[in-house]
Design a protein around this ligand. Structure first.
Ligand code: SF4
Ligand code: SF4
Length: 441
């Protein structure tokens, strides 16, 4: 019976990690639904980008208050979870504070975890106030109603609870150490949790052990819950920000990609010596479809982008279309892409690995044409994104589909494209009149 807690712990740990692995597999399968794209160029620049943007949080501090608070939560989350290592060893082998022999280093670690824990609590409270009381503009946009709002709050509650459990566990442990209770060896420094010990004074060692054990168990169960909640939450960015910044766009923001097949056609048209009836050079097959109407038409980096979006709304708050009251929100473009991708993923799971057409697609069912054509292609959203997401590339691919597959550009654009084709300029003037302006006084 002595081993019962250890067996129970092992079962909870294996189940928690097993469920997480299952979700990671689904995530990878869904991302791989995207078209292939070559991102093998300049790996050293990519590593630098990842170190600077994901690890160094360089784009977060553009908005200093949110940036510094986010860095505290991020560091707190990573560093305090080093302690999970000790919890796992203790849980599996029935030891208590197994790393205590590290002596002064251990004291320093526990002490600094506690200070970080307190800072995380303060940061989480400020984040909650910004979302719910101050109601910052970017957190109350239409796409943030319902689940996205609840998700943002829920994760704050979980972080708060985890930190409070950690401090409660330490406070009870500290008290038990003072009482020289067997098993509770004197180890660790408790600069924050010792402020809670007056609340525990006068309690019997049995009650203190119950409090310490309860906080310990709920702390580790909470961490495993958090790990598995990630897949269903915008907080997947904790893991995906790293690959996403690594695979982020390297070319200048203003540079768009050309379709190779179209480029070939245009070259052919412009080359006076070309034989229009000659067999196409090379063995490149024309693409099956121009642009994107559904998530499977996007490339896998764009799908990775969708899963990485933190829903912070920095893109939307910089978007000139959104600022001037248009329906477009680049954050919604990413959220819709993820929602549709999840829907496709569930369809594949339910149908034993094959996608069964469901009569829906990203275009029109999630993202409207009005949103797509409201974009000025200014790249402000790409510039603002703290994790190197490129909403514009999805917008451009979907526009490409509308123009090239559906001939469904707005009339103003159709007129302009007709003029370019016929007159070599966007205006409805004869080519022979193009230089008339030079004769004007
Ligand atoms: S590129 Fe389009 S979506 Fe992005 S900020 Fe500019 S107008 Fe908005
Ligand atoms: S695309 Fe980037 S900036 Fe926009 S909401 Fe997502 S993470 Fe934030």
């Amino acid at each position: 019976m002595d081993y019962l807690p250890n067996i129970l712990f092992a079962i909870i740990l294996i189940s928690g990690i097993g469920y997480f692995v299952r979700n990671v597999k689904r995530l990878l399968r869904n991302i791989k639904l995207g078209r292939d794209v070559d991102v093998s160029d300049d790996p050293s620049q990519r590593w630098r980008n990842m170190a600077r943007v994901a690890l160094g949080q360089s784009k977060m501090v553009v908005r200093p208050i949110a940036g510094i608070l986010h860095i505290i939560v991020y560091l707190g989350f990573i560093i305090i979870n080093i302690e999970v290592l000790e919890i796992i060893i203790d849980g599996l082998f029935g030891t208590h504070r197994v790393l205590a022999p590290l002596g002064a280093v251990y004291d320093l670690l526990i002490g600094s975890f506690e200070i970080l824990g307190l800072l995380v609590i303060l940061a989480v409270v400020v984040f909650w106030l910004r979302r719910n009381i101050i109601r910052l503009q970017r957190f109350v946009k239409p796409e943030m109603k319902g689940w996205p709002k609840n998700d943002g709050n829920l994760i704050l509650y979980i972080e708060l609870l985890l930190m409070l459990l950690f401090l409660t566990m330490n406070a009870a442990d500290h008290q038990l150490q003072q009482l020289d209770v067997v098993h509770y060896t004197k180890a660790g420094a408790f600069p924050v949790s010792q402020l809670l010990t007056p609340l525990l004074e006068g309690m019997s060692s049995g009650t203190l052990i119950s409090i310490e054990r309860a906080a310990w168990w709920f702390h580790i169960i909470g961490i495993l819950f958090f790990l598995n909640y990630l897949y269903y939450s915008k907080h997947l960015h904790i893991l995906l920000a790293f690959p996403n910044t690594f695979y982020g766009k390297l070319r200048p923001n203003g540079q768009f990609t050309n379709l190779e097949s179209v480029t070939r056609e245009v070259r052919l048209m412009l080359d006076p010596n070309a034989d229009p009836f000659a067999a196409p050079a090379g063995d490149a097959a024309p693409p099956e479809k121009f642009g994107a109407s559904d998530v499977m038409d996007l490339n896998w980096v764009q799908l990775l982008n969708a899963y990485t979006c933190t829903e912070c709304g920095r893109c939307t708050s910089e978007c000139p279309a959104n600022q001037t009251g248009k329906k477009l929100s680049p954050r919604k473009i990413m959220m819709d892409t993820r929602d549709r991708l999840e829907e496709v993923g569930i369809n594949i799971t339910d149908n034993k690995g094959t996608f069964q057409p469901d009569g829906k697609q990203l275009l029109d069912d999630y993202i409207s044409r009005e949103e797509l054509w409201a974009c000025t292609s200014c790249n402000a959203c790409v510039e603002a994104c703290p994790v190197s997401i490129d909403p514009l590339s999805i917008i451009m691919d979907m526009r490409q589909y509308l123009v090239m597959e559906r001939s469904a550009a707005p009339p103003e654009l159709n007129n302009m494209m007709g003029n370019i084709e016929n007159n070599g300029a966007p205006w409805p003037f004869n080519q022979l009149d193009r230089l008339n302006w030079s004769n004007e006084n």
